[in-house]
Design a protein around this ligand. Sequence first.
Ligand SMILES: CC(=O)SCCNC(=O)CCNC(=O)[C@H](O)C(C)(C)COP(=O)(O)OP(=O)(O)OC[C@H]1O[C@@H](n2cnc3c(N)ncnc32)[C@H](O)[C@@H]1OP(=O)(O)O
Ligand SMILES: CC(C)C(=O)C(=O)O
Length: 584
Amino acid sequence: MHLRVRDPGAPAQTGNDMIKNPAEKYVPFAPFTRDFAERTWPSRRIETPPIWMSTDLRDGNQALIEPMSVERKLRFFEQLIKIGFKEIEVGFPSASQTDFDFVRKLVDDKRIPDDVTIIALTQAREDLIQRTVEACAGARHAIIHMYNACAPAFRKIVFRMSRDEVRTIAVEGTKLVKAEVAKHPETHWRYEYSPEVFSTTEPEFALEVCNAVVETWQPTVQDKIILNLPATIEATTPNLYADQIEWMHTHLAQRDKIVLSVHPHNDRGTAVAAAEFAVMAGADRIEGCLFGNGERTGNVDLVTLALNLYTQGIHPGLDFSDIDEVRRCVEYCNQLPVHPRHPYAGDLVFTAFSGSHQDAIKKGFAVRQEGTFWEVPYLPIDPADLGRSYDAVIRVNSQSGKGGVSFLLEQEHGLILPRRLQIEFSRAIQRVTDETGREVTPHDVFEVFSSEYLDRETPIKLIRHRITGSPKTTGQKQFMIEVELEINGEVRHLSGQGDGAISAFLCALDIDARVMDYQEHAIGTGTDTRAASYIEMRIQDSANGYGVGIHEDIVTSSFLAILSAVNRHAAAGGSIQPRASAAA
Ligand SMILES: CC(=O)SCCNC(=O)CCNC(=O)[C@H](O)C(C)(C)COP(=O)(O)OP(=O)(O)OC[C@H]1O[C@@H](n2cnc3c(N)ncnc32)[C@H](O)[C@@H]1OP(=O)(O)O
Ligand SMILES: CC(C)C(=O)C(=O)O
């Protein structure tokens, strides 16, 4: 295909461009000549899951660049069983030897659990029906699924047939299926009929064909027929599809002997909505594919549908506890990637880069208590329910803020930064992300944090300290301290006293500095426990700045935090004047 870039100033062109008035070329689809005012579906809610039918191995497979081998089909089949599907369309056995062999393998190797029904699709042609039944014969439960297109364009262009002739294809095909399956009584056979392209078929005609098929098959309340109403090509807004479904639901004869099924495709990008509305409108069953594979823009995505229900508190009856494993399997079998933004399953769907999202998520996790309703902002589902970790929930780039940065430090290193330090440190990260224009990993964040706060050892480095007198030993309200420091490369011995260890240390340093805020907490537990100290200082007349120290000993960690603040001050060009000790 040839793509052209058009000069925006150029006059409208003909040829490959969009036309000025699409109404000259496209007719909007309206299923009813007048409004279907009797609709009730908009005020309904979905309270129970539909019957799920996976057509990955059929509709999904027929849309692949390379259809699945038997090995890939088997792997997919096992995965579908594991997820909990009870109805699986396994192929179009009359279409290819691979499909035929695969279905036979399932049956002959007894790979189909007793509570699972396989489905095989066929056109309404005698030889194809025979081959389809032959492929499934011997299975405990099997559904023969027959289709023929009923929409006006197909009657006119593909079949060149009248309505009566098209209805006859459906009825005669149904008779053939009935006769063929009767030859294999060891299998419990059911029948599914699809008026293909139902989405653009006149509802009255679809009804006429479906009623004729039901009459021919003669289902019972116990052994229902499946009538599947496909949006073979999604033709309109999902509300109109729902109207079509509700109209069929309320007008079909023998409705109690019918499982009403839908099969939405995603041409307009609204298959999920169409399927949900269809269930509200009376559908009992949905056919689709995992992650929305399928012809053109795909079949409706069953993962999204199932998990949409789950987030409304309704268990879908399908298990996606390890969604990554499901995704890997589907990607392998289809040889197609799942988009990183794909609902519930994409790599990025539980990740926030932007500052305000990160802030809200961090706060949501902080107040979250086990056993309470899920209420973490921006996360519609707990990633842990799908086997996803919280590791990637927050990632940092130039769009991020303090919440995200400090969340990473807390998650990865157990550091709980005071609010003002969060603000201060996020500026350091912002500088990096602005300079590089790239994401910073949790590892990068800690590196920046270390070089900004923890690795500051010049001009003053703590060598050792000794508290020589404390209120307990001296009987006075004073701490006495002796400190060995390296200052500008020279070892110094200083001493000081104060009401506490920190003030004694500051006295020994003899710097014009005040502690504005002091916070500490433990990191880890047991013998590995360390203390993290955060000290905000005002040194001389400069603006407040933080220092951070981490050490096994809590007092040492606070001294390190003071020196971290002092050294940062010096690095920023501030002056410091330590006093020489008496010994020096
Ligand atoms: C919406 C859907 O997804 S439907 C499923 C589509 N999937 C597939 O087609 C995949 C498997 N299909 C195939 O391998 C092949 O199409 C086969 C084996 C079924 C048939 O192959 P062929 O015999 O070569 O026919 P072809 O595919 O060209 O079918 C077209 C013919 O079947 C007729 N036809 C199409 N659909 C049907 C139907 N449901 N029932 C009866 N006849 C049909 C057409 O009118 C056309 O007839 P014509 O040759 O007299 O004009
Ligand atoms: C055969 C039918 C159900 C189909 O795949 C479709 O209409 O999309």
